[in-house]
Design a protein around this ligand. Structure first.
Ligand SMILES: NC(=O)c1ccc[n+]([C@@H]2O[C@H](COP(=O)([O-])OP(=O)(O)OC[C@H]3O[C@@H](n4cnc5c(N)ncnc54)[C@H](OP(=O)(O)O)[C@@H]3O)[C@@H](O)[C@H]2O)c1
Length: 240
């Protein structure tokens, strides 16, 4: 049994998968969760192939019962939680007169509500790890779009601003018990999420998932006395 364990949402793809690799390399047992079972199975296999200990759960994290199921399976398998990564997220573009309610709800439910519910379900395990080594970590994927509201991506921007606010609040509430939270705020990262803009911005001009994952390695090495509430990744010359 690994002596550290992490739960990573959105780990079937992009930033979540890159962070899962980094955490596995740093000695963590991994619970990985995402929506589509086949895509998640392929990612879990990729992680196992390089020697990581992986529990995999297909789950729709807009659903409260699925969140409970993921955390219960993680607890059963590893019995501890040192790092929680909330990377599952969606974004839909629309003008102010064109928002589909279903898409508004999906962004709110996955990007914000799921994070609140994951904290609720995980806080006991995180506090136990915090009491043990003073550096339990919650990594929340926000965005540059949460720092400055973006036209057309307005609802996405609002959800990511909420992630930044919630992360700040969680540091006020939990950092004294060794549970530290960070909001990662990247501009365009080369993942399936940014396929829509590849005509305008070449993938090689985007931020690399590995660079975002490196920040998590850095956060694991913080001393007990230090919090990094936010990390912003900008592309040279451009905000998003
Ligand atoms: N890429 C960027 O430019 C960028 C920039 C700033 C912030 N971010 C944020 O970073 C995070 C990761 O994004 P990414 O670029 O890595 O995107 P991605 O490659 O599209 O990955 C998104 C992940 O979320 C999962 N997911 C989507 N809906 C879900 C649901 N209802 N329940 C459970 N899992 C669900 C996906 O699983 P399925 O594929 O099975 O749906 C996938 O594993 C997101 O929160 C995003 O907002 C991304």
């Amino acid at each position: 049994m690994p002596d550290r364990a992490a739960l990573v949402t959105g780990a079937s793809s992009g930033i979540g998968l890159a962070i899962a690799h980094a955490l596995g390399e740093e000695g963590h047992g991994l619970t990985v969760a995402a929506r589509r079972p086949e895509k998640l199975a392929a990612a879990a296999e990729e992680l196992r192939a390089v020697g990581h200990d992986v529990e995999e759960l297909a789950a729709d994290l807009t659903q409260e019962e699925d969140i409970g199921r993921v955390v219960a399976a993680h607890r059963e398998r590893f019995g501890r939680l040192d790092v929680l990564v909330n990377s599952a997220g969606v974004g839909f573009g629309a003008t102010a007169d064109g928002h589909e309610t279903k898409r508004v709800d999906m962004q709110m439910d996955l990007n914000v509500r799921a994070i609140v519910l994951f904290y609720r379900e995980c806080v006991g395990l995180l506090k136990a790890a915090g009491a043990e080594h003073g550096n339990a970590l919650v990594v929340n994927l926000a965005s540059n779009a949460g720092k400055t509201g973006q036209a057309w991506l307005s609802v996405y921007s609002a959800t990511k601003a909420a992630v930044i606010g919630y992360t700040q609040a969680m540091n006020r509430e939990l950092a004294g018990e060794g549970v530290k939270s960070v909001a990662l705020c990247p501009g365009f990262v080369d993942t399936p999420m940014t396929e829509f803009i590849r005509e305008e911005i070449k993938p090689e001009e985007m931020i690399r998932t590995e660079d975002v994952a490196q920040s998590v390695r850095f956060l694991l090495r913080l001393s007990r006395s230090c919090i990094v509430p936010e990390i912003v990744f900008e592309r040279p010359g451009q905000m998003l």
